[in-house]
Write a protein that binds this ligand. Sequence first.
Ligand code: CMC
Length: 430
Amino acid sequence: MSKNQDTLTVTDNRTGQTYELPIQDGAIRSMDLRQIKVSDDDFGLLAYDPAFKNTANARSEITYIDGDAGILRYRGYPIEQLAEQSTFLEVAYLLIHGELPTADELDSWVYEITHHTFIHENLKQFMDGFHHDAHPMGMLVSTVGALSTFYPEAKGLDDPDSRYMQIVRLIAKFPTLAAFAYRHSIGMRYAYPDNDLSFAGNFLNMMWKTTELKYEPDPVLEKAMDRLLIIHADHEQNCSTTTMRTIGSSDADPYSAAAGASAALYGPKHGGANEAVLRMLEEIGSPDNVADAVKRVKDGEYRLMGFGHRVYKNYDPRAKVIRELAHEVFEVTGKNPLIDIAVELERIALEDEYFVERKLYPNVDFYSGIIYQAMGFPTSMFPVLFAMGRIPGWLAHWQENLLDEEQAIARPRQLFVGYGERDYVDVANR
Ligand code: CMC
């Protein structure tokens, strides 16, 4: 009997019955398992996959990663080319629209973003209410969510013009919220956006402007900032993007969804890792202590932050770009001595059987913190910078999810392994 090649034949040994499941794009559909039952009243077979380690949650055209080969492409374009030749706003356009813009399209996109960087003055007062030592990422999560209350029309998800407007606003206002959060945390007057500057240059202006009438960013640091944003702009179905899609799937507005995605990014296993890397390097203190640190990691005392990735089982291509960028930045800022510890750590780890066996390589966070620190950013701002870069990616996925007719409200199943029914016991008798 000839069989369709693109199928999977499954025999249920409980019943002896055989099923043929279609394979499309290298996957079977979990819903096709539901027909596999032991009796008519059986719910049907489920796929159990904690942390979605082998579950595709979307058909996406945005970002391609080959983790074994260390390849990352946005809409087909290699990350190395985009980091070298493009700009963050052009990359944001590419992620959202699917194609690189023409010169006119790029001009009007840049104009729109540049002219939506201001935030409502009331939001500034909201920011003022935070405690003086509030973590800027906590402030960002809250104020991004608060944007939702200023733009109630954002709930009109079926209106493409409204969706577009919220996308522009979110990309434009993220740096303003980020810089204001920093200024609040150091008790400094907010610096307002300057429309004459580039996206990255304006962000540096809002971060660092003091008494000068016009802030002039250093061109090398401005370019480096822009490149750092590019390499963070998307990374397919990571924890925060999945959160963005999941919140968006309930038809919540994109500000609320972006607040949730930012919260997911805050954790030390995700966007908080670069902060953790710096703390770890400072604790190691000197290249001479690296061998001992590696031994302690192997003894299970702690994880080597900035190493390992769920998807990359090879050198993270973003880490390569950042490692090269570090030297350009140090030409301007002077060398950050932590780079010597990092390089030694990478050298020893990459030769060590523990790391080789587990395919643990430096990830994007390993070198980014060292550059950020050299540029003057405190460690608490690192996840904020990551979020600022990631917002176009989140928005591209949010929109793709909304427009995908196969998608519905995200609602996984569970395997219930708790008690069966039992009777309530009065507190006196427990
Ligand atoms: N240091 C030491 N051992 C590690 C590390 C590490 N950084 N990462 C993984 N391992 C070991 C882990 O102990 C396990 O060993 P064993 O098989 O003996 O139990 C094995 O490698 C597999 O680890 P896992 O936890 O099953 O892998 P995962 O895919 O679930 O975790 C990860 C991925 C990124 C959470 C993890 O590698 C990690 O915690 N790394 C440090 C934090 C970090 O740098 N995060 C930034 C990720 S990149 C930025 C982003 O996308 O957000």
